[in-house]
Design a binder for this molecule. Structure first.
Ligand code: SF4
Length: 484
């Protein structure tokens, strides 16, 4: 057992390396220093930290490779958000250890288990906390000198900025920009504040500078990320400043700016006005509402959201009628009765979100919710998840089909070399979590490079994706914005 995860050395249990996120954008750089390999798991916030570590190592003269065969030392940037994520991280570590690799364990698992990782895994040569990745070069140098290193700040306080070297791995056209790190809320189910610390925002100037750097690199879609982006700036300026940030980013020549994680309390009239008025800010709102029933929201330690859901959504629809709405929900939270669940089901039915993600509750040691006595069985939680998803499916299909007949901008991500078909996304779809757009070209010989934007007439839809044909060259502003 390692960290409560059963380690069975059989192919079924060993995570295929492809389950960790692709870092194919890394180029091996030969220099006086050896090559280090990277494996990356977890969310896009973790991805940004990985990109900074790669940038720092490359600047220090190390070669960096996504392939562990190239290196004796592998930096594994881990996730510890829920049990499944921990298992995936641990399996990656064990697989690499079995191959005789020395490991530097960074990220949430290192922050979570700290010294325990060093004592239970001899191949672990260093642990690096979520607020310590900026020291990766110094850590690696010590490991090379034969030391075992514990570089984990008890309270993570660091947040990277535009001056920290960064090697992007999300392709040429999409970039994630971390506007803040950490979270000041204490939702009963969530371990993130423990792993990432309290919120610390970057200044507007720093974020805008980085956005200009990314625009220069040809980025077409900038995704602002943090735990609660609607709370951006509160710690730094004494008030939430998302509106000011969006307006400042309006001058940067990046056609799409997408905001990830808008919380109910932060969607003020002013913030919605910025979404409406700044031409490159997409009217796409990802609202992790988690539940609709006031009792459950209270038990989740999110009472500020109770009774606000419907009025909030009404306000969004009034002030930003073209908004694409995504939400994530948790079923099977301790104490969730059939009637609480029915409340959630009718909420989903009546609100008609474009995209819904449903998670079953996962009791995380160290959180309040894990110690609650009235836990819901996992079978019941899974069946509630299935019921909610089957309710949402016809809604999602209908929402998607309402796009048939429209002409939209599509950011091309790849092209099928045989058929010439283009695959990309319109503003309605965020990368990784939503669908794709498949476009036929009039001439299969036409080559379109990834990162191009084309106009596509939508002629077909299914549950998740849209299809159609290319009708023209790019328009740089989202086709969602019909009023412009
Ligand atoms: S669920 Fe979100 S808001 Fe709540 S503590 Fe976790 S990160 Fe913060």
């Amino acid at each position: 057992m390692l960290l409560g995860v059963q380690l069975i050395k059989a192919p079924f249990f060993i995570m295929p390396h492809s389950h960790s996120h692709s870092l194919s954008g890394i180029s091996t750089k030969q220099a006086g220093r050896p090559t280090v390999a990277f494996a990356h798991l977890g969310c896009e916030k973790n991805r940004v930290d990985t990109e900074h570590m790669i940038g720092l190592l490359e600047d220090a003269g190390y070669g960096v490779s996504p392939n562990e065969e190239d290196a004796a030392v592998v930096v594994v940037n881990t996730c510890s958000f829920i049990q499944d994520a921990r298992e995936e991280s641990v399996r990656t570590l064990v697989e690499l250890a079995d191959k005789g690799k020395e490991l530097i364990i960074a990220g949430c698992l290192a922050q979570h288990f700290q010294e325990e990782l060093l004592t239970s895994l001899p191949e672990a040569k260093a642990i690096v906390g979520t607020g310590d990745y900026q020291h990766i070069v110094e850590v690696l140098e010590k490991v090379e000198a034969g030391e075992r290193v514990n570089k984990v700040s008890q309270t993570p306080e660091f947040v990277g900025d535009e001056n920290l070297p960064r090697h992007r791995t999300s392709g040429a056209s999409v970039a994630y920009l971390k506007v803040a790190e950490g979270c000041d809320y204490r939702c009963a189910f969530c371990i993130i504040p423990k792993l990432r610390g309290n919120q610390r925002s970057r200044s507007i100037e720093s974020i805008v500078k980085e956005a200009y750097q990314l625009a220069k690199q040809g980025v077409k879609e900038l995704i602002l990320i943090s735990q609660i982006t609607t709370n951006y700036g509160l710690d730094l300026y004494g008030r939430p400043c998302l509106e000011d940030l969006l307006r400042a980013l309006g001058d940067v020549e990046i056609p799409w700016i997408r905001v990830h994680y808008a919380y109910p309390t932060g969607l003020t009239k002013e913030v919605l006005a910025a979404f409406r008025e700044v031409p490159n800010v997409l009217p796409y709102l990802d609202l992790p509402l988690q539940h609709s029933h006031p009792d459950i929201l209270k038990a989740m330690n999110r009472p500020w959201q109770a009774n606000l859901n419907s009025s909030l959504l009404d306000r969004i629809r009034e002030l930003l009628p073209e908004a694409i709405l995504r939400t994530t929900l948790i079923v099977g939270f301790p104490g969730e009765t059939e009637s609480h669940f029915e409340h959630l089901a009718s909420f989903v039915e009546s609100q008609r979100f474009d995209h819904v993600g449903v998670f079953t509750f996962s009791p995380e040691e160290g959180t309040l919710a894990a110690s609650l006595s009235n836990q819901v069985s996992s079978e019941l939680a899974i069946s509630r998840k299935d019921r909610l998803m089957s309710l949402q499916q016809p809604i999602a299909a209908a929402k998607n089909s309402s796009w048939v007949g429209r002409t939209v901008d599509v950011l091309i991500e790849k092209q099928n070399p045989q058929s010439g078909e283009l695959i990309g996304r319109c503003a309605r779809f965020a990368p990784e979590v939503d669908g794709e757009v498949f476009l036929r070209t009039s001439d299969i010989q036409t080559k379109v490079s990834p990162g191009s934007m084309v106009s596509g007439l939508i002629t077909g839809s299914d549950l998740y994706d849209l299809s159609g044909e290319v009708v023209g060259a790019k328009k740089m502003i989202s086709a969602i914005r019909t009023r412009d």
